[in-house]
Design a binder for this molecule. Structure first.
Ligand code: SAM
Length: 335
């Protein structure tokens, strides 16, 4: 089975692009499905349900709906629920699959609602979502009729979650490759909109990363950049020595002036939509939530107590930086 859709040529990918992406994605997918313990399990789950196709999908509501409840019987629903559970952790969501609520860690619809109203219309656009996770935002984009959406995410669970969801939804103009952003560097001027959300602070070389994105954008393309910042007018960036808000691999968190400098150095003059986040207690998730079955994984954001510890450690610099929104909301009970 090909990993790129058969009509990729119609979306502006050259023969060489397709051959390169297909080769490296195939290598990675084969490695995962044949040699990686987790990948073997996840690919088996996806294959087991390859015959199951949804008659009804709805990508317009906060919960992405794939299949309606009355399309399958309770026995199959119960088996499918166990299989989906075995694909945890489910970070981005919510999803509802044949009436099964996938109780994800994040209410990603809140982020989507904050961003979507500000974008250039996605109609007929060629879109790249860097770090697309299980594809939640890619499914939400469909409401706006893009020509195509390509996601990239190297993390095994997220890749197979997308493969599972889209095997059932069977949408032909979205696809995810199990690749790192670095692997796609040859795709110059291919995308009208590039989403880069929750990624920049994980990059060791942010200017190089932004320059690469610039090269991949078409002439009038738009970058949707959502990232963490610290408050202040100075030309400084925070360089956490270990974790930041419990997240590992956070390298630079800039002030807004620094971010503008990075963007200018990368060649951007306009067409960058920025959604800037600061850290606050409102984003803290109570520990008790992790006890539910869909959340058999560690929480990523800090508890109030831990946040106080960080504030104490970093003193005034961090105490002035607060992330907005992402309040915890009560999830529907899982079924
Ligand atoms: C903080 S999450 C953000 C997810 C999503 N974009 C969002 O805004 O909710 C970072 C994502 O980037 C992915 N990722 C990590 N390294 C990557 C790389 N080198 N290239 C592309 N994606 C990467 C992770 O697996 C994860 O899904």
């Amino acid at each position: 089975m090909k990993l790129l859709p058969p009509n990729a040529r119609e979306w502006g990918f050259t023969h060489d692009d397709i051959s390169h992406l297909e080769t490296i994605s195939r290598e990675r997918a084969d490695y995962l499905s044949q040699h990686d313990a987790k990948g073997k399990h996840l690919s088996r789950v996806v294959n087991e349900y390859s015959h199951l196709k949804a008659g009804f999908c709805d990508f317009t509501a906060p919960a992405v709906k794939i299949g309606s409840r009355d399309e399958i019987d309770d026995n199959l629903r119960s088996k499918l629920r166990e299989s989906l559970l075995s694909m945890s952790p489910w970070r981005k969501g919510p999803f509802e699959v044949f009436g099964i609520d996938i109780d994800c860690e994040w209410r990603s619809d809140l982020k989507w609602d904050r961003v979507i109203g500000h974008l250039k219309p996605l109609n007929k656009r060629h879109i790249l979502d860097i770090g697309s996770s299980n594809g939640y935002y890619m499914f939400r984009m469909l409401e706006h009729n893009p020509a195509m959406v390509m996601g990239i995410d190297p993390y095994t669970n997220f890749y197979y979650q997308f493969m599972m969801l889209n095997s059932i939804a069977d949408v032909k103009n979205i696809f995810t490759l199990p690749l790192k952003f670095e692997d796609t560097a040859t795709l110059t001027k291919k995308f009208n909109t590039i989403f880069c959300m929750g990624i920049l602070y994980h990059r060791k070389s942010p200017i190089e990363f932004l320059s690469q994105i610039k090269k991949m954008l078409s002439a009038k393309g738009e970058l949707v950049l959502e990232t963490l910042i610290i408050e202040g007018d100075s030309h400084t960036a925070l360089v956490p020595d270990e974790r930041y808000a419990k997240m590992p691999n956070v390298y630079f968190i800039p002030t807004v002036p620094v971010l503008f400098t990075w963007l200018k150095s990368a060649g951007f003059r306009s067409d960058v939509l920025m959604y800037l986040l600061q850290l606050s207690k409102s984003s803290v998730r109570p520990n008790g939530l992790t006890r539910k079955p869909w959340r058999t994984f560690s929480i990523r954001l800090t508890t109030v107590k831990q946040l106080k510890g960080i504030l104490h450690r970093y003193g005034r610099l961090l105490s002035r930086s607060f992330r907005i929104i992402v309040k915890h909301q009560k999830y529907p009970a899982s079924q």
